[in-house]
Design a protein around this ligand. Structure first.
Ligand code: FUB
Length: 457
């Protein structure tokens, strides 16, 4: 997935315009760590509000090998493929009540009500206890609100946190009658009605009963569908978190446990945190894993995969993929290391640069007839004339790109000459179709071949 000089120049300009290095594939954001994604639709676009993991700076004095989070960015997309980074929308130093040395800006949410966008975020309050009581016993997580006229800010934080709420992972559901409910966690999951001003709770928070009593529960995300209220949450049933859900006929319950949405990550990432979004007739699960930091699961990356409901309203388990959910333009650099399927043997995926995982991955074809399938490539009107491959090979090798099936129409046969460094090889493209199709990339002969990307020009 290493990028050409031209691409890097575009990225440089795009960086100035605050477009992120982001892709249709998983993870969604490549140039920074992102976690705890809450996806919302505002003004016909998808906005994702993640938290922002960073590597500990020298001034960090907190718990070693722990989450280090100092600010939030927001990302938007109108096609699930191109994501725009709107930049920093809030930081620990711009909120009166947060401890500016805590690096604990954890999982946020954002909702729209009566012309304003309300951004809810947890953070550790200043030890002085400016807001409640003069002598707080220990640093505590509180939940704050910042308000904006647009989904991408600027967000103006309120000077104090929501009184009467202690915890993390705020999530707000606005019911059909306009009443807003704040869900959050602190060991258990709580719910409180919000006053119409969206910044105070109305009455005492309630503990949500009938949820698992053993193993951590956190990260609630609630939504309503066809009259059923779904409360979804990460839970440690075994060793690490998985996503489960419960249902009710009212936002405050009583809830009944209903099943598992996402199994524990194969990568071993201890946390998972999520949201569910309907976009153009399809539901999506946004969640995180540790794709860009396989050895440290406090530097996470957000992902999206399709989610399906059964006719009775139950949720099918989501299949996590590398391919993700966005259509990929045939003319772009198709990152086949984010494959949809691969041959049982002869294909390996690894980082292009172990020292800089943000540069992405490469696909190594190590045996004749090893292959990968990459779903949903958009050929548009189908006018592409050549197929290009950025690759290297010890001696030489040949790749064939076929349409839809491994033995489908041959789109191009590209000979990769002996090249110890990355080189772009090309061949004439044939039988290029119109519209959206899968491609199969197969190593048909020669020595092992490493591929960065494939593109149709
Ligand atoms: O990102 C920090 C914490 O990890 C979140 O608040 C939890 O939900 C877990 O994802």
């Amino acid at each position: 997935m290493k990028k050409s000089l031209g691409y890097l120049l575009i990225l440089g300009v795009a960086g100035f315009l605050k477009t992120s290095s982001a892709f249709a594939t998983n993870p969604l954001i490549m140039d920074q760590f992102t976690a705890d994604p809450t996806a919302r639709i505002f003004d016909g676009k998808i906005y994702v509000y993640p938290s922002h993991d960073i590597k500990a700076p020298p001034e960090y004095k907190g718990k070693p090998d722990w989450f280090v989070m100092e600010d939030y960015h927001v990302f938007s997309s109108d096609n699930l493929t191109n994501w725009k980074d709107h930049g920093k929308i809030l930081s620990q130093t711009s909120v009166d009540w947060t401890d500016p040395t805590a690096y604990a800006m954890w999982a946020p949410d954002c909702v729209f009500k009566d012309g304003k966008y309300y951004f809810y975020f947890p953070a550790i309050a200043k030890p002085e206890g400016k807001n409640e009581g003069a002598e707080p016993k220990r640093p505590e997580f509180r939940i704050g609100v910042a308000v904006s006229d647009t989904p991408y800010g600027p967000f103006k934080p309120l000077t104090t946190y929501i009184q009467g709420v202690r915890g993390i992972d705020p999530n707000v559901l606005i019911d059909k009658d306009g009443t807003a409910y704040l869900y959050y966690s602190q060991g258990k999951i709580f719910v409180a009605k919000l006053k119409p001003n969206m910044t105070e709770i109305d009455g005492e928070p309630l503990t949500i009963d009938n949820l698992p009593t053993k193993g951590l529960l956190e990260g609630p995300f609630a939504f309503e569908r066809k009259g059923t209220y779904y409360l979804t949450y990460p839970h440690v049933e075994n060793k690490i978190e998985r996503l489960e859900y419960a249902t009710a006929s009212s936002p405050m319950g009583p809830f009944k446990q209903a099943g598992v949405i996402l199994d524990e990550s194969e990568s071993g990432c201890w946390t998972v945190h999520h949201s569910i979004l309907d976009w153009k007739g399809q539901s999506y699960l946004f969640y995180h894993d540790r794709d860009l930091s396989p050895n440290f699961d406090k530097n996470r990356s957000i992902r999206a995969d399709k989610l399906f409901f059964n006719a009775d309203g139950s949720i099918q388990k989501v299949k996590p993929t590398l391919r993700g959910v966005g259509l990929v333009d045939a003319k772009s650099e198709i990152q086949i290391d984010r494959y949809s399927e691969k041959s049982a043997e002869g294909v390996a995926i690894s980082f292009i640069d172990q020292a800089n995982t943000h540069a992405g991955w490469k696909t190594s074809f190590n045996a004749a007839n090893s292959w990968v399938r990459f779903n949903e490539v958009d050929f548009g009107r189908g006018a592409q004339k050549s197929v290009k491959v950025r690759a290297k090979s010890g001696t030489s090798g040949t790749l064939e790109i076929h349409l839809d099936k491994q033995d489908g129409p041959l789109l191009g046969r590209v000979k990769i000459d002996d090249a110890t460094d990355w080189k772009i090889s090309s061949a004439t493209a044939k039988k290029i179709p119109k519209g959206v199709h899968d491609i199969f990339v197969t190593q048909t002969s020669g020595d092992a071949v490493e591929v960065d990307w494939v593109s149709f020009k």
